[in-house]
Design a protein around this ligand. Structure first.
Ligand code: R5P
Length: 295
């Protein structure tokens, strides 16, 4: 098995190779003056022929460029004689466009996944995909790993006082449950409620009393921060003492980090599936452990 670091591996490939004690190579890459992407395998260092080649390439911005580089890397590994190509995509871009919200829209996640398979991937691995069902479009073996155990370990070390876990919406409840089970705390999700008298809409935890607690809000993605800011504000309005924001993929578009801090979030914790100033937890061990299990 050889681990290959793509241009958007965020060094996760190096860590996986170190944990597994197996060879690693880094793809050469550049952008031509007209904007086209180029990748090259350093074949003078290692032969891919008859090997299982594990390509690590996350799809953080610029997503389209990183996606094309991934396709080039998969297809070229096959051309160079790889026996099996495993695509490890820690952050799968386009996963939120998983249905036609309006007639005529592209179901983008299907196109992305089918392209990865079409390029020659024999196996697909990702982490905390927006909806696991999206992977059913693949006809190759796939695995959606989760970073919740690693994030929970990090949270445990911080010894937060009276912690409870909240999902900012029902869709993220399984993430909240995973962390709560490890930390042995209660969990809930946030719902929007309309005041019957004033008609005012506000968000609150469905059943839990979060007064004076450290509320740890867990989501798969923080993009603009809008979802997390709303959840943080509602937690503080319901009496939370401290709010901690946790996610797997910290895209932090524009001034998301400032917005989060201004909303009263005291700590923001994410993984390195996307490089960011809050990427404090590595997903490498989760991937390495899984790769060990399929060797
Ligand atoms: C939505 O269902 C997702 O799980 C995230 O909550 C959402 O995409 C985060 O985006 P933003 O940070 O822009 O609110």
């Amino acid at each position: 098995m050889i681990i290959v670091g793509g241009p958007a591996s965020n060094n996760i490939d190096l860590e996986i190779a170190r944990i597994m004690n197996i060879p690693q190579i880094t793809l050469e890459y550049k952008t031509f003056p007209d904007g086209e992407s180029y990748i090259r395998y350093p074949v003078e260092k290692v032969k891919l022929s008859k090997e299982t080649v594990v390509i690590v390439q996350s799809l953080y911005p610029p997503q389209d460029k990183h996606f094309l580089e991934l396709l080039l890397a998969i297809s070229t590994a096959k051309d160079l004689g790889a026996e099996e190509v495993v695509a490890v995509v820690p952050y799968l871009a386009y996963a939120r466009q998983d249905k036609r919200f309006r007639a005529g829209e592209a179901i983008s996640v299907n196109v992305i996944l089918k392209s990865i398979e079409f390029a020659g991937a024999d196996r697909f691995i990702t982490i905390d995909i927006h909806k696991e069902e999206s992977l059913k479009v693949l006809s190759i073996p796939y695995k959606n790993l989760t970073a919740m155990k690693e994030l929970a370990k990090y949270l445990a070390e911080r010894n937060y006082e009276n912690p409870v876990i909240l999902a900012p919406d029902r869709g993220a409840i399984s993430l909240a449950k995973d962390i709560a089970n490890i930390l042995n705390t209660e969990y809930d999700y946030i719902i929007k409620v309309r005041d019957k008298i004033t008609g005012e809409v506000r968000a609150e935890a469905k059943t839990l009393d979060i007064k004076d607690k450290t509320v740890i809000i867990v989501d798969d993605i923080i993009s603009t921060g809008g979802t997390m800011v709303l959840a943080a504000r509602c937690s503080l309005a319901s009496g939370a003492k401290t709010v901690v924001a946790v996610c797997t993929h910290a895209l932090l578009v524009g001034n998301a980090l400032d917005r989060l801090r201004e909303s009263g979030v005291s700590d923001i914790i994410a993984t390195n599936s996307v490089p960011s100033p809050v990427s404090k937890v590595s997903v490498a061990s989760v991937v390495a452990e899984y790769l060990q299990s399929i060797i």
